[in-house]
Design a protein around this ligand. Structure first.
Ligand SMILES: [Mg+2]
Length: 357
């Protein structure tokens, strides 16, 4: 797919692109992601922004290159880097910071001229806490002692769980809760949905944060964070969340993209059916509100039409469904999920649903 005139990507100063569920899932590339990002970045810078603090930008870039992207470490912003940037504004150069987490945390601190330490003996002025498989109870005890003694406490993110190929494991939010329980204090959080990571992306490419398009698969982090900041967002259906989650939350993305080909397509305007606010069309697909919580979608059986059109429809229809009453009463399973089911038959494995993994 090539970049068309008026492509969505051309409307923004930079793309803050999530990784898991957007660029890859586990060890394989999400279909169309690599080609579309390579095309899109010819006109608009793409920064890969991840809540994962365990890996260094060099390691992330290496993985992206293995998928076929031309990524360099400078194209990656991690929540550990966002945390280090936040700390640098409040500490003096070379101050000791207790590094809890993997290499990603140490390297982010060292990169900005702070001094990562692994022991309380160095009298750390701050704690930067991120997830790593190697974090121990002793590390959490040290962090608790430092925080209780007044150290500035920054958490890279507070995702409660972390998806792995073997299933969910405790994420950084769960480890942060351990320190919170021990100290009664609250950390500064920099990862999505908080502001720090978006700030770091905007600074990296030198554009105002308002010119970003945040691209992600998770409504409660990627999209919520953008929404709070007034930043436009593109929610992609290749990861964790599907329309069932959208209908059950107050989070509303600016755009809905079945996959990243939507970045290269012109955004589709919705028109409201004449004489009734219960009929919408976009690019050959139309939706009719047939009764409380029931939407019938027509013209969605042709994949090419659907991919270009669902973006605009998704937002409008979901807003309308909410306006009808309790969003939890919406029978999403009888509507959008049917459409997604048809898509999955055409292209198995490409479209995220309600499966949390
Ligand atoms: Mg993701």
């Amino acid at each position: 797919m090539s970049l068309g005139p008026g492509a969505l990507v051309t409307a923004y100063g930079a793309i803050a692109c999530d990784l898991d569920g957007v660029v890859y899932r586990g060890s394989w590339a999400v279909p169309y992601a690599v080609g579309c990002l390579e095309q899109g970045r010819r006109v608009t810078p793409v920064v890969f922004a991840t809540n994962n603090a365990a890996r260094t930008p060099t390691e992330v870039a290496r993985q992206l290159r293995s998928l076929g992207l031309t990524a360099e470490p400078a194209d990656v912003v991690t929540s550990a880097q966002a945390g280090a940037a936040w700390l640098l504004q409040r500490l003096s150069a070379d101050e000791a910071v207790l590094a809890v987490g993997g290499d990603g945390v140490d390297s982010a601190l060292a990169e900005v001229g702070l001094r990562p330490v692994r022991s309380l003996a160095a009298r750390p002025a701050a704690v930067l806490q991120g997830w790593a498989r190697t974090v121990t109870v002793a590390d959490l005890a040290d962090a608790s002692h430092a925080v209780a003694a007044g150290a500035v406490w920054v958490a890279t993110n507070t995702d409660l769980t972390l998806p792995t190929e073997a299933g969910l494991v405790p994420g950084n939010g769960t480890l942060v809760a351990a320190v919170r329980n021990a100290t009664g204090r609250e950390p500064i959080v920099v990862g999505k949905p908080e502001q720090g990571l978006y700030d770091a992306v905007a600074k990296r490419v030198g554009v105002p944060i308002s010119r970003l398009l945040a691209v992600g698969d998770r409504l409660d982090t990627d999209i919520l964070g953008a929404m709070r900041l007034g930043v436009d967002s593109a929610w992609v259906l290749t990861g964790v969340d599907g329309f069932a989650q959208l209908a059950a939350t107050a989070v509303v993305p600016t755009w809905v993209l079945p996959d990243l080909r939507g970045l290269l397509s012109p955004p589709q305007a919705c028109s409201v059916g004449s004489g009734s606010a219960r009929h919408w069309t976009a690019g050959g697909v139309s939706a009719h509100l047939r009764g409380p919580g029931m939407v019938q979608i027509e013209g969605a059986d042709e994949y090419a039409v659907h991919a270009a059109s669902l973006a605009a429809l998704g937002r409008t229809v979901v807003l309308a469904l909410r306006a009808e009453g309790d969003p939890h009463a919406v029978q999403v399973g009888a509507t959008f999920d049917e459409v997604l089911g048809a898509l999955r038959e055409n292209a198995p494995g490409q479209y995220g649903g309600s499966d949390p993994n």
